[in-house]
Design a protein around this ligand. Structure first.
Ligand SMILES: [Zn+2]
Length: 285
């Protein structure tokens, strides 16, 4: 599609041609007048006279359409190139990503004996052993371990059934009830194949499927569990032992079972825990 400037240029050329023609016609008229004065004119140049009238009109139009009549600003702006899209003002603030939503409720709530019995009750015949762990870090929380286990692909999240805090980022001696215990489903804390364990044949996955996992927050290779942690652990295991009829001799440290980990650390004395539980449950079975 022709631009406005192109149309104007064409119009100017047409006007210019008309002006030139009128000029030569005017010259012709002057020649006619000269010859007529000498008595040699042959015919009147009627067409030349008509075109001469147009001369004035076209001259005025040409002046009206000349570039000098236009606004300089308008003429310049019409010839300015389009601003490149790639260049933007550096003062434009960068778009900030929307903050991530707050973590969803991971189901870890409650403290104390009243919270240890799930709404649907305990599947007492399901649980046969108890396995104790440490988190390997003083700063762990049930939430951070839940995230870690989800990242490892465990769709049910936190692999332990219970977590006992150490007072750093968790309450000292506070017992956190994991979603797996609330739902009474198998843990993900002590993977084993089929074989003999403590003199008994066990199928593959027995300690995850039939074992209650309890994790104490801390690194017991380099520190010790707090007194409140040990008191809470004894109370919790005594409760579970009574509810599920699990003897103190079926309470193990993680490394005792698999022989492939230092968990729950050399400073954690699982034999002492068994003695405590035995004393706490004495006469109640
Ligand atoms: Zn462990």
């Amino acid at each position: 599609m022709p631009t406005m400037g192109y149309v104007k240029n064409q119009f100017r050329e047409v006007l210019s041609a008309l002006v030139k023609k009128c000029y030569w016609n005017q010259v012709g008229g002057m020649v006619y007048c000269f010859r007529r004065a000498q008595g040699r004119a042959r015919q009147p140049p009627r067409r030349s006279i008509l075109l001469l009238r147009y001369f004035v009109i076209t001259a005025l139009l040409t002046l009206a359409l000349c570039p000098g009549c236009q606004s300089p600003d308008r003429r310049d702006s019409s010839r300015l190139p389009e601003p490149p899209l790639a260049t933007r003002s550096p003062e434009v603030p960068p778009v900030r990503p929307t903050p991530p939503p707050p973590p969803a409720d991971d189901g870890i709530t409650g403290r104390g004996r009243a919270a240890w019995i799930p709404p649907t009750g305990i599947k007492k015949s399901m649980w046969r052993v108890i396995v104790v762990h440490h988190s390997d870090s003083e700063k762990s929380t049930p939430q951070s371990m839940n995230q870690w286990h989800l990242q490892r692909g465990w769709e049910n999240g936190l692999g332990y059934h219970f977590v006992i805090g150490n007072g750093v980022n968790t309450g000292d001696g506070q017992v956190y009830v994991g979603p797996r215990w609330k739902r009474q489903i198998q843990g993900a804390h002590c993977k084993t194949g089929a074989g003999r364990f403590f003199g008994l044949p066990r199928p593959s996955g027995f300690f995850n499927d039939r074992g209650i996992g309890i994790c104490l927050v801390g690194d017991f290779e380099n520190s010790r569990p707090t007194a409140k942690q040990l008191a809470a652990l004894t109370e919790l295991i005594a409760f579970l032992s009574k509810e599920c009829n699990i003897p103190a001799t079926a309470v193990y440290g993680h490394g005792e079972v698999t022989r492939q980990t230092l968990c729950p650390g050399k400073n954690f004395r699982i034999a002492d825990v068994r003695k405590r539980v035995t004393n706490a449950t004495a006469g109640s079975h």
